[in-house]
Design a protein around this ligand. Structure first.
Ligand SMILES: [Zn+2]
Length: 460
């Protein structure tokens, strides 16, 4: 790997932070609200997935010929077919020859459009952690409530408050905190409103950052986000921040440190790390290459997102950067560090920065899983980073949250049915026979219909 010098760090910072010019406020649905609010596809008599091979991800193992019974949104029974009685009127899903995994989590997204929630579900993503983006007057909190209440179809949402930044802010829509008093007031405000996390950004000063952590501890709200430049990796690891939400931030912040040594320190600090390799990959590919942005926008996947999102993507900052090898160098560094973090038993969480330039919600998590395997993780490790580890992290950091993460009785029924064994080949996650979210079964036809409805709405 080419070492990342200070010049590289400065040049790549723009690419690594990814957040300038995000659309400030865009809460309008594109007129496809009907699928979001249509009647639940939930049989009152339950859904049984029969004779399926479980991929429980608690260990690297398969459990063949199982029946999973779901009632009232939770898993009511799991076991060998003859031991789980299926109510006569239950909807039966044939699981023979198929593989059932827990629903996937994308632990770093930017939700700009409520229809994006269909995109997540269509790709098997049943939990998202929004780290800023839904600009319209805290409406993300209302959407989170609607999903939790079963009034709206979507992944379970966890969300941070604003991008908390220093003076000058990295970009104009960030919330500027100049003094410790500013920090106290903002953290208390976000806690009062009900956000799950406080998100720290790149230009915070050390004294304001320290006050954010102090207040957040007193208020019992976890702090997550970037490594602020003036604060540095050492202080972030020492201060109680629960996660660093880009591997690339760590790779840049400790560019001179051998990955294994850094991994040891991160593990010792108990800090989780969100991967977002796919965003680094996209940024590297588009660096100084407007023609690649054009070809991306011509792909069918780009028609799943709103016209406003496509317009936002057209203003990609990456295409205006010099066409050089820095993006690729950062990608190599992030990829190598990801492998070292996994080897060093750091809690890795799959995340993608979905919603930002060229990063298609849902599809990006599938790409992330494949990039994690390319980086050297086994399919089992990559899948854990999108299921069991996010569940453990959320249970630890968000008071009172109970996450599925595993296929077990009593857990929320978030499941993905695959046509092939994902432990053998991670590309199996591309072949989804259906998705269950909160006990609602969405078969392959329904998933395709959701994507078609988004394409149709985009064309209007
Ligand atoms: Zn982000």
């Amino acid at each position: 790997m080419r070492p990342l010098t200070a010049r590289a760090g400065a040049a790549i910072l723009l690419a690594a932070c990814f957040h300038s010019l995000a659309p400030a406020a865009r809460a309008q649905s594109r007129g496809t609200s009907a699928p979001l609010s249509s009647a639940p596809i939930q049989s009152p008599t339950g859904v049984a997935i029969t004779d399926v091979t479980l991929v429980p991800l608690d260990d690297e193992r398969l459990v063949p010929h199982q029946t999973v019974l779901v009632q009232d949104g939770v898993i009511a029974g799991v076991g060998p077919a003859d031991s789980v009685p299926v109510p006569p009127k239950a909807t039966r899903v044939n699981g023979a020859g198929r593989f059932l995994i827990p629903g996937l989590a994308d632990m770093h997204v930017h939700l700009f459009d409520s229809d994006d929630m269909l995109l997540y579900l269509a790709h098997g993503v049943t939990t998202i952690r929004n780290l800023g983006g839904y600009g319209a007057a805290d409406s993300i909190l209302e959407i989170r409530r609607q999903v939790a209440a079963g009034e709206r179809l979507g992944p379970t949402i966890f969300t941070s408050g604003n991008w908390l930044d220093g003076d000058p802010p990295y970009r104009s829509i960030n919330t500027v905190l100049r003094t410790p008093a500013d920090a106290r007031a903002e953290v208390r405000r976000e806690k009062r409103l009900g956000y799950d996390f406080v998100k720290v950004y790149v230009n915070l000063s050390p004294d304001v950052y320290a006050e954010i952590l102090r207040t957040a501890k007193a208020e019992r709200i976890p702090v997550t986000g970037h490594v602020p430049g003036p604060v540095g990796v050492d202080a972030v690891l020492a201060g109680g921040q629960v996660a660093v939400d880009h591997v690339a931030n760590l790779a840049l912040g400790a560019a001179q440190e051998p990955p294994a040594a850094l991994a040891k320190r991160v593990h010792g600090a108990g800090v989780a790390v969100t991967t977002t390799l796919v965003m680094v990959r996209i940024a590297a590919a588009m660096r100084g290459a407007p023609e690649r942005l054009d070809s991306m926008l011509a792909q069918p996947e780009a028609r799943w997102v709103s016209k406003e999102t496509r317009e936002f993507w057209r203003r990609s900052p990456f295409v205006r950067l010099p066409r050089d090898g820095w993006g690729d160098a950062l990608y190599s560094a992030a990829s190598e560090l990801t492998r070292a973090l996994e080897a060093g038993h750091v809690q890795l969480m799959a995340g993608t920065d979905a919603g930002l330039w060229g990063n298609v919600p849902g599809a990006s998590l599938i790409a992330e899983l494949e990039l994690l395997v390319s980086a050297g993780l086994t399919p089992y490790q990559a899948l854990r980073a999108a299921t069991v580890e996010p569940a453990r992290f959320l249970e630890r950091t968000v008071p009172g949250s109970r996450q599925p993460g595993a296929i077990a009785v009593g857990n929320r029924a978030d499941l993905v049915l695959l046509d092939a064994d994902p432990l053998r080949d991670i590309h199996a996650v591309e072949h989804r026979a259906g998705v269950m979210v909160r006990g609602r079964w969405l078969g392959a036809e329904r998933l395709h219909g959701m994507l078609d409805s988004l394409t149709a709405a985009q064309a209007r």
